[in-house]
Design a protein. Structure first.
Length: 289
């Protein structure tokens, strides 16, 4: 579909970080249209289920194609779209619950394949749409609607996880900096391979973390977010690892490996080697003698 569904009237809460992520994605897609002189229909947004995934219905202006799939399965759907139409720019929008909990099992295989899509993950450290339950990024001991006496599991470090699993482009962004975020999304879309732009996008209703992320000098609260220095070498795995492990949350392009072939290229190369078989030849091939 390329037109909005008028019957889907979901609204984000005032101040939700996802508003700014939407703006950043619109900017990145619009820049892409201008730079490559391509129509908006060159973009497909594959959405997970959650407040974050609802972004696909809330995009303003020219409409890309949209696919609102099932909770946790944005990656397999995006793979289907990309394999069917390798010429399209495929972007995923999903939450930390969707991508890192039920959807976690898909990250490693797609990282190994280097599926050439860009996933924009909105991390609010809760399940927003279903009313504030804990998610994989909720801190140990945190009180939520599903953990009234404190969360019992340690939180996942998504950036460390992506690096370990072999995601070939890893960026960390903040919804409070939409212009910088648009630039990170643009770089993620340009990357030849699997890109994840992991965004701190606070949920003002169930987990308002703006002050923790940005800090508050008047109250003596130091910010968790810090910008990667200009001399950070994203091609250096060890530098990426130490940036992720040095405390707080780095913002910027943390890691990029442009040497690996994309899944699209690997499939093309493999297909070029395939020898056509008749049905009988296939049956004979699989016959156990
Ligand atoms: C297979 C399946 N399991 C569970 C749900 C219920 N469900 C819908 S959204 C959601 C969590 C959303 O949290 P997150 O992905 O973090 O997105 P947010 O709403 O915070 O943006 C859950 C558990 C579902 N729709 N489908
Ligand atoms: S519940 Fe949270 S994540 Fe969902 S729209 Fe409201 S503020 Fe945003």
């Amino acid at each position: 579909m390329s037109a909005k569904n008028p019957e889907y009237d979901f609204k984000w809460c005032p101040g939700c970080g996802d508003f700014a992520v939407r703006r950043a994605l619109e900017q990145a897609m619009s820049d892409r249209m201008t730079n490559y002189e391509i129509p908006i229909e060159n973009n497909v947004v594959v959405a997970g289920i959650g407040c974050s995934g609802n972004l696909v219905h809330l995009l303003e202006g020219d409409q890309p194609y949209g696919f609102h799939g099932i909770h946790g399965r944005s990656l397999p759907i995006a793979m289907g779209v990309k394999m069917g139409r390798p010429d399209l720019n495929v972007v995923i929008v999903a939450g930390d619950g969707d991508f890192l909990s039920i959807g976690m099992e898909h990250i490693a295989p797609q990282a190994a394949r280097n599926l050439d899509v860009c996933a924009v993950i909105m991390d609010n450290a809760v399940y927003g749409l279903t009313k504030g339950q804990s998610s994989p990024t909720t801190e140990l001991g945190e009180t939520t609607s599903s953990t009234p006496y404190g969360k019992m599991e340690a939180s996942v470090n998504p950036l460390a996880l992506y690096l370990t699993l072999g995601v070939s482009f890893i960026a960390s962004g903040f919804s409070g900096k939409p212009r910088e975020l648009a630039d990170l999304i643009t770089q993620g879309m340009e990357h030849p391979g699997f890109a994840v732009v992991h965004v701190q996008s606070p949920c003002t209703t169930y987990n308002n973390t703006y002050q923790i992320l940005k800090g508050n000098p008047r109250k003596g609260i130091a910010p968790i977010l810090w910008d990667l220095p200009d001399d950070h070498d994203a091609a250096d795995y060890d530098a990426a690892h130490s940036a992720i492990r040095s405390g707080g949350l780095p913002v910027g392009v943390i890691y990029q490996d442009t040497d690996r072939p994309t899944l699209t290229k690997t499939v093309e190369d493999t297909l070029a080697k395939v020898k056509p078989m008749t049905t009988q030849q296939m049956v004979d091939f699989y016959e156990i003698r």
